[in-house]
Write a new protein. Sequence first.
Length: 154
Amino acid sequence: MEIKPKKIINDFYLVNRLRIILRLQTAILLPLILLALILQFFPFMNRIFKLSANVPLYIVTAAAILFTPFLIYVLIKEKYYGWITFYFFMVVLPYIFIPLAFFGHILTPAILFYIFCYFLKHTVEEWLEEYDAHLGREEQKKESARLKKEEDMW
């Protein structure tokens, strides 16, 4: 049985940009989801915040819609088709079926999208760590070969 080496990312800068965007999304938009939930389920809070429950919801949903093409593009370019399948089953299919159960409530698919982004964020960081480790091993091999060559010259 032959052991295949782990897949190394193809475009470091694109994956790094994805990591940065995922970090921003989890840092900025998750509090907005919490605010939308609070405003949705505690209507008296609308008067305190002087904010409609729909404003954070629209921001969160718009960010998810705008980010999705880039997310899919990176996953296709890096050939992580399993993540695309996971996205389809975790975000797209529930978007079709959950509104029927919750009478058109759009917050549930947004929450599923950001849970998916949270999982992906940690995986992307692992990809980049593996890439850095791979570069380090390659550098060590080159240095070892150079030292051996110099040693052979003496």
